[in-house]
Write a protein that binds this ligand. Structure first.
Ligand code: PGA
Length: 253
């Protein structure tokens, strides 16, 4: 019912000479793969290159962030309108690196989510706890706050194309993947929250991705969980063979 969604977050990596072969290899490696939605998210300067290179392939292109205004005096920023204009379809928002390194607040992230929806792009809202928060048994309290603020003011109709990514901060770039059980536990709570906040139909259709050291070895176990609908993949998305294997995860059923 929910099409698995595998998204690669390239972060601030790769230049055009590396991107061209990576996209060619990836497009070839996933040719013929059915029933999967595939996304790559290069850095801003390479989005148009990726859109052109992927052409009619089944791989979509998304951005890693954006500003909440359409245009104006915001030096250094990129608007949702611009992303739509060059053919991007998705925007990752509220990634923990933006929350923790750039100091983005839930309020700022909320403005971006609304702007992205208004522009007709699909947001991927990231939520997740730090190690200290998990150890203090505050995991759900943290995620619930991020969801409540991140989606403040939005109704179910506006959230129809929203994806949520659960990314425990302690698992990002550390090689420490959450266990399938840990991921399932949080994903199920997120789905229940979506049902309470919006409605059962939206909750049943919403894709909840897991992110944090997903790799070819861990993907099958994660994807076997009822409420894990895909992955937001960092390091392993920089290698065509690894990301293609993740896209081609083996389902238990
Ligand atoms: P990672 O990054 O797969 O390298 O842990 C995931 C992410 O930050 O989205």
């Amino acid at each position: 019912m929910r099409t698995p969604f595998l998204a690669g977050n390239w972060k601030m990596n790769l230049t055009s000479r590396e991107i061209t072969p990576l996209l060619e290899e990836l497009a070839a490696a996933v040719t013929g793969v059915e029933g999967r939605d595939i996304l790559v998210c290069p850095a801003f300067p390479y989005l148009a290159q990726a859109v052109a290179a992927l052409g009619s392939s089944q791989i979509a292109v998304g951005a890693q962030d954006c500003h909440h205004e359409e245009s104006g005096a915001f030096t250094g920023e990129v608007s949702p309108l611009m992303l739509k204009d060059i053919g991007a379809t998705h925007v990752i928002l509220g990634h923990s690196e933006r929350r923790h390194i750039m100091g983005e607040s839930d309020e700022v992230i909320n403005r971006k989510v609304r702007a992205v929806i208004k522009a007709g792009l699909d947001p991927i809202l990231c939520v997740g706890e730090t190690l200290e928060e998990r150890q203090a048994e505050r995991t759900w309290a943290v995620i619930e706050t991020q969801l409540e603020h991140g989606l403040d003011g939005l109704d179910g109709g506006q959230c129809g194309r929203l994806t949520i990514a659960y990314e425990p901060v302690w698992a990002i770039g550390t090689g420490l993947t959450a266990t399938p059980e840990q991921a399932q536990d949080v994903h199920a709570q997120i789905r229940t929250w979506v049902e309470r906040r919006f409605d059962a139909t939206l909750a049943a259709g919403m894709r909840i991705l897991y992110g944090g050291s997903v790799n070819p070895k861990t993907v099958d176990g994660l994807m076997a969980q009822t409420d894990v609908d895909g992955g937001l993949v960092g390091g392993a998305a920089l290698k065509a063979a690894d990301f293609a294997r993740i896209v081609r995860f083996e389902s238990a059923s």
